[in-house]
Design a binder for this molecule. Structure first.
Ligand code: ASP
Ligand code: MG
Length: 410
């Protein structure tokens, strides 16, 4: 019999009926003899509703009070779920983050977990109870309520699983698991049975919303087996694992990620001298704007062009800053585009296979898709292309890397 931490997200507890069906599922797991610790989010939309109330009263809400406020969302769902379980004859007890003692630092609205006290939970488990813990919240050294940042219940789940040395942390959500790419774009996208932590981390940072980045990082660091599956549909979902574990034949590329979140800026005709990159990029980062991809062209007659991408929301701000820099450097011109998209191929198999990037570039060229920028890491290659070709590019790469076909291992 196993010890499982099960996390249910906002849509899974979005109505009283759903809370009752979750309770039914948990009761069945208990009847099979498993020990169950449940982490829940607030009912879907509730955290946003609370935050809106706060900003109506105070334009920039006090962070400490914001945490006191938004932590109430999860306090509602833990109590209701516990009642629903008792109603079905399953013994349960709910706890807030501070009752358990999920100790965090004091950085309100984005606190980090330092330690979790497992005594209370273990006592309840030995007494045969299901333990329900409020996600997303903790308490600092002085007793202030803290929260972990949006989507933080995933992190609570993983951290609890690590502290309790659980057999698995199961994230129940509104999708069946992790797909080779977004099934809304590529019909033949397949559900992955397994994916490695590193691949999942790349996917999360490239815009996949299935799991919170921090939760994946945490799970990788503490080697917590993590499974994502659907709250209300049958199926084993996707298991996020350590590389090569039990996998006979690792596919070279496991998934194609994409996003339309970025915009591109180019400064033309700057002197190609030491320090130029820092002259251009330091004022951007001083304004707290994150730069993703960077490209500096080869110089002609001592002059060069310099291109980088930022989040689309930061485009105007970055452009204003760049205009000032252009004046200082006597640059010829600046250009910008919001009509770009980033497409990435991800796979740990890239480490041991040469020529993956060129296969990607050839496939895009065959479709006459122009690559504007490229960036790589050990396990991914990303390209920037015109946004209008995004869907074509994703479908092409999905098929070129054999993701449409049947995956090897059963
Ligand atoms: N309720 C919080 C949010 O909406 C935490 C979570 O759902 O994970 O961000
Ligand atoms: Mg949520």
């Amino acid at each position: 019999m196993g010890l499982y931490v099960q996390k249910y997200g906002g849509t899974s507890v979005g109505s009283l009926e759903r809370i009752q069906s979750i309770a039914h599922k948990i009761t069945q797991y208990r009847q099979q003899g498993h020990d169950i610790v449940v982490v829940v989010s607030a009912m879907s939309g509730e955290t946003n509703r609370l935050m809106q109330m706060a900003t109506t009263i105070q334009k920039y809400p006090d962070p400490r009070e914001m945490d006191v406020l938004v932590a109430t969302g999860e306090q509602v769902t833990i109590a209701l779920l516990s009642m629903a379980l008792k109603e079905q004859g399953c013994e349960a007890r709910s706890y807030t983050g501070s009752q358990v003692k999920i100790l965090t630092n004091s950085v309100h609205t984005k606190a980090r977990i330092k330690h979790i006290d497992v005594n209370l939970i273990q006592t309840d488990l030995s007494a045969g109870r299901v333990v329900i813990v409020a996600g997303f919240q903790g308490v600092d050294e002085t007793g202030n309520i803290t929260t972990l940042g949006r989507g933080g219940s995933d992190t609570t789940g993983v951290a609890l699983a690590a502290a309790l040395k659980a057999d698995e942390c199961q994230i129940y959500t509104d999708v069946n698991g992790v797909y080779t790419t977004d099934p809304r774009v590529v019909e033949s996208a397949r559900l992955l049975q397994t994916i490695t932590f590193e691949e999942m981390l790349e996917m999360a940072s490239l815009g996949s919303k299935v799991l919170q980045i921090r939760a994946v990082e945490f799970a990788g660091k503490y080697k917590v087996p993590l499974r994502v599956s659907h709250s209300f549909e049958e199926g084993l979902g996707t298991l996020i694992t350590i590389e090569n574990q039990e996998i006979m034949e690792q596919p070279v590329i496991s998934s194609i990620a994409f996003n339309r979140d970025e915009a591109k800026l180019t400064i033309i005709g700057v002197p190609d001298i030491p320090g130029i990159a820092s002259k251009i990029l330091s004022p951007i980062s001083d304004a707290n704007i994150e730069v993703d991809m960077i490209l500096q062209n080869i110089s002609a007659e001592g002059m060069t062009d310099f291109t980088f991408t930022v989040h689309r929301n930061d485009f105007e701000h970055a452009k204003n800053i760049l205009q000032q820099i252009a004046r200082q450097l006597n640059a010829t011109d600046i250009q910008g585009s919001k009509n770009i998209a980033k497409v990435s191929i991800i796979g740990v198999g890239m480490r041991s296979h040469a020529g993956i990037a060129s296969t990607m570039f050839t496939a895009l060229a065959d479709e006459s898709i122009n690559i504007q920028m490229i960036s790589t890491s050990e396990i991914k290659v990303s390209v920037v292309i015109a946004e209008k070709y995004l869907e074509l590019a994703v479908r092409t790469l999905h098929s070129v890397f054999n993701l449409d076909q049947c995956q090897s291992v059963e």
